[in-house]
Design a protein around this ligand. Structure first.
Ligand code: OMP
Length: 213
């Protein structure tokens, strides 16, 4: 695990953004953990999260022109990560996001911020089944731009619509790289390193083997 990944895990645990217990997911699955990026809800918390995204993006070497954050959760992620890319990596990156409702007055349109020109990197929170990523690819293509990749905080490594993982399905279907700052395997490793309760580690492993790939 890289230093920025461990720091993100330490901080996410500290603020309760990464929780262990019983959670019902969007997919209906019952999960022993939940990662809630909505809890990075202060200036300092957002800096920690955006710093990890900026590191991951820089390390990945994915070439792109505009960072795109799908509404609503992707909006602060795109804005904050563009700030960290500029202030900590000397890379002034245009960013954009979509409205959920098209406006028919004022500036109009579906996209706010930089126009979607060239190669677009989608920034999102978590991929479980990949629903939200599919919508973003459609929006980018209909704007005449090219999706360049997807960056997410957590890949839960769960099966998507078929037997492959949701992330692999997105990569194959759209020929796009998906960069995850963390994976479920990283979480299990982290719990073991921290000497977590054996029953918790076991429940994570059991979930991974039931729904994972
Ligand atoms: P998909 O759109 O099916 O990939 O599900 C991803 C969404 O599930 C995220 O955008 C969240 O709204 C939510 N989610 C989390 O935020 N964290 C988790 O650990 C799990 C989920 C989830 O419900 O699967």
């Amino acid at each position: 695990m890289r230093d920025y990944q461990r720091k993100l895990l330490d901080f996410a645990t500290e603020i309760g953004a990464l929780r262990f217990g019983n959670f019902t997911l969007k997919s209906g699955r019952c999960s022993p953990y939940f990662f809630n990026t909505g809890l990075f809800s202060s200036g300092l918390r957002l800096v920690h999260l955006a710093r990890a995204y900026a590191h991951g993006i820089q390390d990945s070497g994915i070439a792109f022109d505009v960072l795109y954050g799908p509404a609503y959760k992707g909006i602060p992620l795109a804005a904050a990560t563009a700030m960290l890319l500029a202030t900590e990596h000397g890379r002034d990156t245009p960013y954009a996001f979509n409205r959920k409702e098209t406006k028919d007055h004022g500036e109009g349109g579906l996209i706010v911020g930089s126009p979607l020109n060239g190669r677009i990197l989608v920034i999102d929170d978590v991929i479980t089944a990949g629903t939200s990523v599919r919508e973003s690819v459609e929006i980018i293509r209909s704007a005449g731009a090219t999706p360049a990749g997807v960056v997410i905080a957590l890949d839960r490594q769960e099966r998507g619509q078929g037997e492959r993982s949701a992330v692999r399905e997105v990569e194959d279907e759209f020929s796009l790289p998906v960069l995850a700052l963390l994976t479920m395997d990283d979480l299990i490793l982290y719990l073991e390193e921290q000497g977590a309760d054996a029953a918790l580690v076991e429940s994570m492993r059991a979930y991974r083997s039931d729904y994972g790939v």
